[in-house]
Design a protein around this ligand. Sequence first.
Ligand SMILES: [Cu+2]
Length: 367
Amino acid sequence: MARLNSKLKSGFYMLIASLLCHFAILARASAIPSQEGQGLQPRHGPCERPIVRKEWRTLKKEEQKEYLDAVQCFLKLPGLTPKEEAPGAISRFDDLVATHIKQTFEIHYVGHFLPWHRFFTATYEHSLRTECSYTGAQPYWDWTLDVTPSSNFPRSPVFHPEFGFGGNGPWLEGNSSDPGHVPGRTGGGCVIDGPFKDMVVHLGPGDSVEDNPRCLTRDLSPYFAGRYLAMNQTELTLSQPDFGHFTRVDDGGPSFEASGLHGGGHYGVGGTYGQMGDLYTSPGDPIFHMHHANLDRLWWSWQMRDAEARLTDISGPIFMMDYDNLQGGNVTLDFPLTLGVNAENITVRETMDIKGGYLCYDYDKLY
Ligand SMILES: [Cu+2]
């Protein structure tokens, strides 16, 4: 946004903020069969042994445990972000949240939204493997399995209190005239069960990078999830003819009614008062990467329906919502992506193929 004049920038800020802001230590069981593979690697090596991402409910109980334990480990490792950049980046987990907060206006509603988030989740997966001895791949959450009927949503295996991420927060009355009021919200308080019930969220709310210790909140909206995460919305997204249309249908617009699958997961879980509904700080809920892995699988599914054309198809604005290119041009394969202290810088090109050499993972199943 550097080249946007400040008036326009604050206009964007107000618009988005008002619409979306509400948006063991390795005590691992010993004999877990390891899934050897490459994941993320130095640039341009051949991807010979991709790790394979699987749907959460298809994992064995010990695999689910291993993943959740690795996240707990990552939450305890000391952060690498310089204190003057983000005083609230206490853990390695927070490092990634801080990176997302700082780039919020540069990585959403832009052409590189999906490439950046592919890079982001692959880096998280890689860190769990290299820093927390996790031996599997990042699991994904196929929400289409949980929203027909939408009343099933809170019973998704992803919200399981032992073999999942825990469930909803208790009902918080709130204010229904709040512009961030998500239709159908049912919670809003601190998550009270599961492995993250005592988790300390440090960063946020919104764009704050100060240390603001508090609980993890969720505010599930089964209605919203049913409306925006069902198979019909998924098919509509997959039927788009080119990347520009595909990513716009997936991203949706900056209002609840205009949500796509991306907003469906964020507001279906985060509602008004949950972590996942905060455009800046949503990676503070570990479910974030389950949702984004599935959005990534969606993109890969779309790419694989016409690999020849779609492995290099990229477009969309450099600047947020600049769909008419009034502030700048469109993103190309050479567009740079950064995750700060979390990874080396790459370009969009390196994210286009999940088995392309830099990335080295696969999915067990495609849409
Ligand atoms: Cu994001």
